[in-house]
Design a protein around this ligand. Structure first.
Ligand SMILES: Cc1cc2nc3c(=O)[nH]c(=O)nc-3n(C[C@H](O)[C@H](O)[C@H](O)COP(=O)(O)OP(=O)(O)OC[C@H]3O[C@@H](n4cnc5c(N)ncnc54)[C@H](O)[C@@H]3O)c2cc1C
Length: 385
């Protein structure tokens, strides 16, 4: 990283010579040379689509008795399932273990099921995961992989008074847990530089439209103070992009393939069991030997539990061949780009978080994929303004 001395650094030097008051040096950040992103439609390796399980009231975490079992629910985390997973797991596991329970069934093997099962196991319980699919075939495996604790997690007008504190507890617990997974082989969790760019080249592309089924929602979100590094505006002399305005931040990234693999392996190595099983109705739980069940079925809860409060919010990712030399993400004209070991993630997010709301269509849309790539391409073609 290149660091340019500024006036304060100079003052520090003068201070050392006894000529000026001593001030701390604050080197000016200059974006280091960046490997260019290869935004070419013929580098598409696949297009994946999944739905976020959105609930207006926020994730479901209550307890009920069904088919002779005590069922703790842990589903409906919208676009924040990975980000909130460990915190939500801690709450659900606490409820499951009440009364000294020693054996627990977890239904589901996505982000929420895996973290819940590991949390229970590490608290001393005997745990079996029962699930229709496991990584890489869960919806969680199709997530972008970024720290996004307030992405379509609830409707601000529909949450109860206790939700903001509960949400903050989930986010902070998760954040702390993810810090323990940094620096591991394959980088299941990493920090990466991100750039948000404004007012640059007009790519002249049109995205296919998607009708939304409801009027606007004010999605829940509260600032989580002192959790992640601050974002800063960059002056033109600090960055290489051909845009009028740029911001820089550093954000946590989940390399989902590696993360899901690590959680699965850890669970099995630490003595957990995974059994492939499909439940068609809640009554099917009656056949389990465990008396306590944690329901981590994500969007699957809409069908299994006939829970129509779970609303699909469609999201699509276009994958380009990996570029291991790229270590930064960017966001421009509603397109998010994230470098992952398994490919370059390119994702159009529409002009509001309502994009894809109400749609459970998991069919890839090639026109959207190509438009998202063509939006970013000019950033690496145009000379700097
Ligand atoms: C495009 C997109 C990008 C996203 N990006 C991010 C991101 O960057 N960061 C982030 O934090 N979140 C992100 N999310 C959100 C995140 O992916 C979800 O919140 C998360 O996957 C939910 O996890 P889950 O474990 O609840 O559900 P799932 O991953 O769907 O897992 C459900 C599990 O339950 C099982 N199951 C379901 N029904 C049954 C049944 N009837 N019988 C047996 N088993 C069953 C399934 O087989 C599976 O094992 C994104 C979502 C989308 C769609």
């Amino acid at each position: 990283m290149r660091l340019a001395p500024d006036r304060r650094t100079l003052l520090l030097g003068l201070g050392a010579a006894g000529l000026a008051p001593r001030v701390l040096a604050q080197p000016r950040f200059v974006v280091p040379p960046l490997a260019p992103l290869r935004m070419e439609v013929d580098r598409i390796t696949k297009i994946t689509v999944c739905v976020r399980p959105f609930r207006a009231a926020g994730p479901r975490l209550d307890v009920e008795r069904v088919a002779g079992k005590r069922v703790v629910h842990n589903y409906g985390h919208g676009g924040s399932g990975w980000s909130l997973s460990w915190g939500s797991a801690q709450i659900a596991a606490g409820k499951a273990l009440e009364g000294g329970v020693k054996e627990v069934a977890v239904i589901g093997c996505g982000a929420i099921g895996l973290t819940t099962a590991l949390t229970l196991l590490r608290a001393g319980a005997k745990v079996t995961i029962y699930a229709k699919d496991r990584a890489p075939y869960t919806r969680s495996a199709r997530a972008t992989g970024t720290w996004s604790p307030d992405s379509r997690v609830a409707d601000a007008a529909k949450v109860d008074a206790a939700f903001p504190a509960l949400y903050e507890q989930m986010a902070r617990t998760s954040y702390a847990a993810f810090q323990t997974l940094l620096g591991l082989p394959g980088e299941p969790v990493a920090w990466t530089d991100r750039y948000t760019l404004f007012d640059g080249p007009d790519p002249g592309v049109t995205f296919p439209q998607r009708p939304t089924t409801v009027p606007d929602i004010r999605f829940f979100g509260v600032p989580l103070r002192n959790l992640a590094p601050h974002w800063n505006d960059l002056e033109p002399s600090q960055h290489p992009f051909p845009v009028a305005r740029a911001r820089h931040g550093t954000s946590m990234q989940f390399n989902v393939a590696e993360l899901a693999h690590l959680l699965t392996s850890d669970f099995l190595l630490e003595g957990g069991r995974i059994e492939t099983r499909t439940f068609n109705t809640p009554a099917d739980l009656g056949r389990l030997k465990e008396r306590v069940v944690v329901n981590c079925t994500g969007y699957g809860a809409r069908a299994l539990w006939r829970d129509e409060t779970v609303i699909p919010v469609r999201g699509q990712i276009t994958w380009l061949a990996p570029q291991p030399e790229v270590r930064y993400g960017l966001y421009y004209r509603h397109v998010n780009v994230l470098p992952r070991p398994d490919g370059i993630v390119v994702q159009y997010g529409g002009d509001s978080e309502m994009w894809g709301y109400g749609s459970e269509d998991e069919t890839p849309d090639l026109a959207e994929a190509e438009a998202s790539i063509r939006t970013i391409a000019p950033l690496f073609e145009a000379p700097k303004a």
